[in-house]
Ligand binder design. Sequence first.
Ligand code: THU
Length: 132
Amino acid sequence: MPKKTPDELLALAAETARNAYAPYSKFHVGSALETEDGTVFSGCNVENASYGLTICGERNAIFQMIASGQKKIAQIAVVAGGDTPPYPCGACRQVINEFADPDCPVYVAPTNHIDRYETMTLSELLPKSFKL
Ligand code: THU
C-alpha cells in the first residue's frame, strides 16, 4: 500500500531536482515515485553535450525502480523550475504507462511553489494509450 502523501513525494522530487545535471537547458527536473509496497525512488534529468542522449527525471526515477527489481508505480511526482507545472513529456508519459495503472496519480509542481501542485491521473495525461 502506498503511504506517502503528495507533499512528501513532491518534497523528495524537489530535493532530487537539486542534483539535476542540466548545464545546457538549465531546467532542473526531479521526480519521485512510490511503488505499491511503499518503496520510494527518485531521479533527476541528466543532460549530455550530445543533446539527444539526455534522460528525463521521470524516466531516471522509473529506471531506478526497475534496477531495484520493482515494476509497479502507485503514484509519481514531478517538480521542475519555472512558474508552470512541469507536465511530463510524451516519452515519459509512455514509460510511466508501461509501469502504472490508468488511474495512477501524477503530481506536478513548480520547484518554487510545490504547495501549488496539480494532481492528474495517468489516463488524463495519456488517453487511449498504446500497450501490447
Ligand atoms: N525534461 C525532463 O526531465 N522531463 C520531462 O518530462 C521533460 C523534459 C528535461 C529534459 C531536459 O534536460 C530539460 O528537461 C529540458 O528539456
